[in-house]
Design a binder for this molecule. Structure first.
Ligand SMILES: Cc1cc2nc3c(=O)[nH]c(=O)nc-3n(C[C@H](O)[C@H](O)[C@H](O)COP(=O)(O)OP(=O)(O)OC[C@H]3O[C@@H](n4cnc5c(N)ncnc54)[C@H](O)[C@@H]3O)c2cc1C
Ligand SMILES: *[C@@H]1O[C@H](CO)[C@@H](O)[C@H](O)[C@H]1NC(C)=O
Ligand SMILES: *[C@@H]1O[C@H](CO)[C@@H](O)[C@H](O)[C@H]1NC(C)=O
Length: 337
């Protein structure tokens, strides 16, 4: 009977583990990871649905994976799941030329490009000189809540969990598995290695500011404000850098920039300073590879969009697996699909 290992307990790996185990209840599925929540990249992230820093991943894929994830978050919001909030988002540009209508505009609720009167209004409200911008309804999850619940879902479906660090594709831990789903994030850089995966360092602050009820992004200024269920995330940096220490210079940049947009943040208590390395790649890698008599399904390099694409990417991994299992009947005679 087919044995499946999913590598990585970040949002990408957990989603695959849950989807596979809930679909193939009788198959042996193990989740192998060196880190678990609250120590994954996603734990400190903004949890915002917005295609962002995902290289030149084809638009049609961003739209497909993004739309499925958006719908999933919408369903969760409707039923009060995973701490998902629904919020208006305002995205501002200082240089008009940098603005273009994104392909995914047609699939989000309430997409609207700001006219000159609105831009004048928001420039005043948020103390900027904005010459273009857009707004739409988006969803923000509470990453640690979602990650913890996904792990519980996987364990409730009898999925096995193993904390271990794999050293390579040939790691003896993987010997017994027929299918390896590779969701190792930045770890992919070292595992094979794939040096197209690079860190994009993001520093953020979390503050208590329950009076903030919208997402505001100043694209060129580099600052963003993302309310979550309990705190507000203030950002942020994106540097090609492995340094995971909080840098006081970045803290100042974040605080000053965000206070310019919303002066009331002066009164907000800072509860966390955090750095994460986005697993950045020229394009998300999501594809099967048959090698050493195994099926590998790669699913990594989501950059700044892990929480924007996870559900759609998980769905695609499931489809790849289904196609493979249908082709290889002998491997899963015992599973009831
Ligand atoms: C500051 C910041 C803000 C962000 N905000 C947002 C946002 O608002 N919205 C959004 O969509 N995205 C956001 N992101 C991006 C998002 O966090 C990532 O895209 C996402 O977390 C990637 O998930 P992942 O599961 O691929 O990687 P990770 O969470 O890094 O998980 C990788 C997993 O693989 C495991 N692993 C790696 N190598 C090995 C190995 N050799 N052996 C065993 N296990 C291994 C790790 O232990 C880990 O569990 C943000 C990122 C940062 C840094
Ligand atoms: C997270 O990291 C801390 C510090 O290294 C460690 O003590 C803790 O056990 C880790 N948590 C999990 C769930 O692995
Ligand atoms: C995951 O993919 C990366 C990049 O191709 C590779 O280096 C690594 O060996 C893969 N890991 C596993 C366990 O398949």
């Amino acid at each position: 009977m087919t044995k499946i290992a999913v590598i990585g307990a970040g949002v990408i790996g957990l989603t695959c583990a849950v989807k596979i185990k809930e679909t193939y209840k009788d198959l042996d599925v193990v989740l192998i990871s060196s880190e678990f929540s609250p120590n994954t990249t996603g734990d400190g992230s903004g949890g915002l649905w917005l295609p962002y820093l995902c290289g030149s991943t084809p638009y049609n894929l961003i739209e497909k994976w993004g739309a499925e994830t958006y719908r999933f978050l919408y369903e969760q919001w409707k039923t009060g799941g995973y701490g998902v909030c629904m919020l208006p988002l305002y995205y501002f540009y200082r240089t008009k030329e940098k603005f273009h209508t994104p392909e995914w505009a047609r699939m989000v609720f309430g997409y609207h490009e700001l006219d000159s009167k609105e831009l004048e209004h928001y420039s005043k409200l948020f103390s900027g000189k904005y010459t273009a911008g857009q707004t739409f309804t988006t969803f923000v999850c509470s990453p640690p809540t979602l990650l913890t619940h996904f792990l519980q879902r996987f364990e409730q479906a009898n999925g096995k969990v193993l904390q271990a660090k794999l050293t390579s594709l040939q790691d003896p831990l993987l010997a017994q598995y027929d299918v390896v789903v590779n969701c190792s994030g930045l770890g992919a850089r070292f595992l094979v290695p794939d040096d197209r995966v690079v860190p994009l360092r993001g520093q953020v602050l979390r503050v208590i500011a329950p009076w903030i009820n919208q997402v505001v992004i100043d694209e060129e200024g580099g600052n963003y404000i993302i309310p979550n269920a309990q705190t507000v995330v203030l950002g942020g940096t994106s540097q090609k850098d492995f340094n995971t220490e909080v840098d006081p210079k970045d803290t100042d940049f974040i605080l000053n920039g965000c206070k310019r947009i919303m002066p009331g943040l002066e009164r907000a208590e800072i509860v966390k300073r955090w750095v994460g390395l986005r697993p950045s790649r020229d394009a998300v890698r999501l594809e099967p590879e048959e090698k050493n008599g195994k099926l590998y399904i790669h699913n990594y390099g989501h950059g700044g969009s892990g929480f924007t694409l996870f559900w759609g990417c998980g769905e695609e991994v499931l489809q790849i697996l289904q196609t493979y299992l249908n082709k290889n009947h002998k491997l899963y005679i015992n599973s009831k699909l």
